[in-house]
Design a protein around this ligand. Structure first.
Ligand SMILES: [Zn+2]
Length: 245
């Protein structure tokens, strides 16, 4: 039997491992546009008995690859996360998350009301100390699309739209951002050694749970930070990238 890649929206039913509730989620081909490796992580929010968050991993054929607890308890927030993303838009929010991961210090510029919304999101991911005087000026009005594998970050922002409350959105965005940040830190430590690897070997050696798309994003960041990534990764596409810039 041949497997069919999702072409039109499919409904997937999943039983929650926390409360036992049966939930239906709709997955469409658009969900996979930012999932280069073909697995999409979908957050699901339940309100009873207490607000909790589960994750399901779906492959491009519509099969559940995993369903697990993300947060047993969703912490409340006063930050209007949904409204902030609404005002900034998906792209600007994605780029902002990228620059926050990329730089240690940032100075924000742009229209007051937009900068204020950006600050709310920076607060959500716990990076307020990164904002201050810096030569890395991010003008939110004209924020540039980074030259990097930003799809994993766009996926986080897009999937947050499935969540109804600001509490759940904040928990999800913060959790995913921190996971990538942990991965970045670990990767930098690994690059301090003199080894070289294939992407798969490198992925296996990391303790932080990240996928191949996310690894590419993090490698793009550390290359931008000055590490000679193409010299250390054995995969052919990285050699080519190194040759042609
Ligand atoms: Zn549940």
């Amino acid at each position: 039997m041949s497997q069919q890649v999702i072409a039109r929206p499919v409904i997937i039913r999943v039983k929650c491992p926390v409360c036992g509730e049966q939930t239906e989620v709709t997955v469409s081909s658009e969900d996979f546009q930012n999932a280069l490796s073909g697995i999409v992580r979908i957050p699901i929010q339940h309100q009873h008995p207490t607000p909790h968050l589960i994750i399901i991993d779906i492959d491009r054929y519509g099969f559940i690859r995993g369903a697990y607890i993300y947060r047993r308890v969703i912490q409340p927030t006063k930050i209007p996360v949904g409204e902030a993303i609404d005002v900034l838009g998906i792209e600007k929010t994605t780029y902002l998350l990228y620059y926050l991961l990329r730089y240690e210090k940032l100075r924000l510029a742009g229209k007051r009301e937009i900068v204020d919304k950006a600050k709310l999101l920076i607060h959500v991911v716990g990076e307020t100390t990164k904002i201050g005087e810096s030569k890395n000026v991010i003008n939110i009005d004209k924020i540039k699309k980074p030259r990097a594998t930003i799809q994993p970050l766009r996926q986080i922002v897009l999937q947050s739209l499935r969540l109804e409350t600001d509490d759940a959105k904040a928990e999800w965005i913060k959790g995913e951002y921190r996971r990538l940040k942990d991965g970045l830190k670990e990767l930098e430590n690994v690059f301090e050694t003199r080894k070289s690897w294939t992407l798969d070997e490198l992925l296996k050696s990391l303790k932080t749970g990240i996928n191949k798309d996310e690894l590419r994003l993090l490698l793009d960041i550390i290359e931008d930070r000055g590490y000679k990534v193409s010299k250390r990764i054995k995969n052919a596409e990285y050699k080519i990238k190194g040759l042609f810039g």
